[in-house]
Design a protein around this ligand. Sequence first.
Ligand code: SF4
Ligand code: SF4
Length: 280
Amino acid sequence: MKIAVASGKGGAGKTSIAASLVLAKRGVLAMDLDVEEPNLGILLGCSPGELRPVHQPVAYVEPDLCSGCGRCAQACAYGAIAWFGSGLPVVNESLCHGCGVCPLVCPTGAMREREKVIGEIRSGFVDGAPFLEGRLEVGGVSTVRLIEATIQAGESLHADDWIMDAPPGASCPVSAVLREADAAILVVEPTPFGLSDVAGVLEVVADMKKPAGIVANKTGMGDLSLDDLCRRFSVEVFARYPFTRSAAKAGARGVCPYRSEETWVWKTESLWRAIERRFS
Ligand code: SF4
Ligand code: SF4
């Protein structure tokens, strides 16, 4: 079973829950798909060794062939081509998504593509089980492409169970992870911001018709009821992790609270039971 661990916003404790699920069950493929800020490996105590660059095409102009017609700039949906009414267009590589449209519309063949490194996939082991991490180049924008490449690398490992640490939010990167998942665990802080943000992810999950469960994290710090949310999206709370200063300190030191807090051990075992009961 492939499980995505997602949250509406950063700081909800998504990666701590994902790491705890990995540590509580041997043999799970752990995958960090929060490619702009991967830190699952830190919490798991894994230093991935092998690196593999991931490429994507980016556009460039062959000046001698360009007629200065501007069609490429008009066609680019990402605003990656600047053209000032005449002369050569300028491609902003950091905005180019390699969609391949501008070479198609260019009447002279001046717009071309070359391969550019957008990030890398790192691999390693956690207690003998495989670990993969996608890591975006600094300033890179090709998040979805790197997530898809990392998932593809995961497929080749033929693991039965996956825990995928998804990016926060409810936009295209998290959708790329949810598409691959059999089910989703959504981590929420019971605060006004937490509830509002997780509702956006639950809408994406509902649109994709994926089964989902809620994990309430840092309870006691915010105590808003999750009842309305659960009713609205027909989901239930699988586990509640209380806020403790010691767990927060462990996380700040890069230690998964599962390794230092007894409560996290039995809460995570109970969470796995809920996952297996509801998603199998
Ligand atoms: S390849 Fe696509 S994103 Fe890149 S510059 Fe051309 S049209 Fe824009
Ligand atoms: S479409 Fe081709 S010819 Fe026209 S401005 Fe762009 S690169 Fe130059």
